[in-house]
Design a protein around this ligand. Structure first.
Ligand code: GRF
Length: 199
């Protein structure tokens, strides 16, 4: 798990691990790029190793990514879940995990990529928004879409209230997709992602 901040999505994944619904996925490391981020405490409280690699300690993205790659390789990590990780990953990082890096974004992509997606949705005046779990490519929120959940935009919403309702959906969707990824049932053909039927 890679996180940068509050870590509520990480918490949802840790809770799913604790109640057995994340298996066969197993969280072996919570890696955070910001010292003191609450995400680190959440992992430790759940008995999961928490490691901070501060991107500011490296002269360039390559050095930061190589440090992360070394930490992941040491632990035998097979897949990476971005749970509120606020750095862009380059092709150099991603080529180590083909179709094995997923992210959650608080809009119905391809609408409103990038920062402050709930505020973007409000400013545009859409009536429905939501969240998207997608494979990560080297673009910003451009990778193949795995799953989406919709959320109505209410007349009295502000960016905070809308983001909170979107996050409630993310907290269910991201663990479910993480579990499915670990089963090997996600099939990515170009931009189309489908799920292999059980059995
Ligand atoms: C989430 O809304 C996620 O979609 C976006 O960043 C936010 C992180 O929230 N990528 P948290 O740190 O998991 O609470």
């Amino acid at each position: 798990m890679l996180a940068s901040g509050r870590g509520s999505n990480l918490q949802a994944l840790l809770d799913a691990q604790a109640d057995g619904t994340l298996a066969p996925a197993e969280i072996v490391l919570a890696l955070c790029n910001r010292p003191g981020a609450p995400a680190l405490d959440r992992a430790r409280a759940a008995g999961v190793e928490a490691l901070c690699i501060d991107h500011q300690g490296f002269p360039d993205r390559r050095g930061f990514e190589d440090a992360m790659l070394a930490a992941l390789a040491e632990r035998g990590v097979e897949a990476v879940v971005l749970a509120g990780f606020m750095r862009i990953l380059s092709g150099h990082f991603l080529q180590n995990f083909p179709a094995r890096v997923i992210n959650t974004h608080p809009s119905l992509l391809p609408a409103f990529p990038g920062l402050d997606a709930p505020a973007q949705a409000l400013a545009h005046g859409v009536k429905v928004t939501g969240c998207t779990v997608h494979f990560v490519d080297a673009g910003v929120d451009t990778g193949p879409i795995i799953a989406q959940a919709s959320v109505p935009v209410l007349d009295d919403d502000d960016a905070g209230s809308l983001h909170r309702r979107i996050q409630a959906q993310e907290h269910a969707l991201l663990p479910e997709v993480t579990r499915t990824l670990a089963t090997g049932a996600l099939l990515c053909e170009g931009r189309r992602v489908r799920r292999r039927p059980p059995g």
